[in-house]
Design a protein around this ligand. Sequence first.
Ligand code: FES
Length: 400
Amino acid sequence: MLQLMPADLAPIDPTAISTVLAPDFGAARTLPAEAYLDDAVLRWEQRHIFDASWICVGRSDLVPEAGSQRAIDVGGRGVLLVRADDGELAAFHNTCRHRGHELLPVGECRRKRAIACPYHAWVYGLDGELVRASRFADRPDFDRADFPLLSIPAEEWNGWIFVNASGDGPPLSTWLGDLGTHIGAWEPERMALGERHEYVVAANWKLILENFVECYHCPSIHPELCRVSDPESGSEIFDVTGMWIGGPMALRDNAETQSLSGEGDGVPFRKLSAQQQREVRYFNVFPNLLISPHPDYLMTHRLVPLTPTSTHVECAWFFPPEVTAQEGFDPSFAVDFWDRTNYQDFSACESVMRGMHSPGYRPGPFDDREVIVHSMQVLIARTYLEGRIPPPVLAEPAPA
Ligand code: FES
């Protein structure tokens, strides 16, 4: 039987984690502060959670056409996304096989028929094969086939790009399970970007996810949201078949969508059922993508941890393409609502983060409206203790 080496386990006191795993939901307690504050814990999470997962790095338009090449940072590693001639996506370590120069500076994009290293001009095909190595051509001890770019698993799903940096994760289809059946009616592969905002939140990435998956806090800090949605209507949780969790929340009778006035643009996604036009769905795709389909727009939050106490959040609003193509298209009804709601959420997360610095912080109990928070913390705690990500488990809430 395979024995885990101590180095595989998280650098955190196991006894401090064990209360999260109490078999009785009522006795369970939240994660200790060190899980949110410690540099070493975040470094461990980067390798054992983020690298081991399928991470969403953005939309397919990062590399829109054949020959497109874009260098991105994935957990401190340079990754080169490439669109091949046949339209297929590929990803490689952004490291030349000669002496390691970056093939493209992180953040830059170009379109060329080959991948050229700027240092000594080695040239690779879009498939990563080395096609030219200046001055090596006549060397009998050199075979170009021995020096291809090293690939990283990358796949597209409904217009999003996912990367598995460790290369040893399960197939993306296993990771996402049947999530596609819950958002397919929104046709995410054809939707068009309306607006994108970037935030740097002074809070640990887990706090932002935890805040997203419960509405216990909604009556306290989201008066605008509660005017258009009943926070008590969000108790249903979809059956989970992958590394995601989610459920619907009903719109109030006076609201067409989630906006400050309750009015939308009047153009729901074309394939929604009558029920889907009266609800908002929330999906947490572990570990870094939140998807919120509304009747007339779909919003995403994409998280990138920066430090234990800060997280970059990209919030994007998408619409049916026939809507964004209209003259005078204005996404502000959706953007203004969520900009305000994001501010309320992020302020709360930042306050929790400050509270965790206090010597008076102690792990607390879960309300039965925090079942998903509990399940996420169980997932994290088991990963800390086992050194690998286990399948998610939902606990039964305490009897009322
Ligand atoms: Fe790329 Fe030398 S490091 S060609």
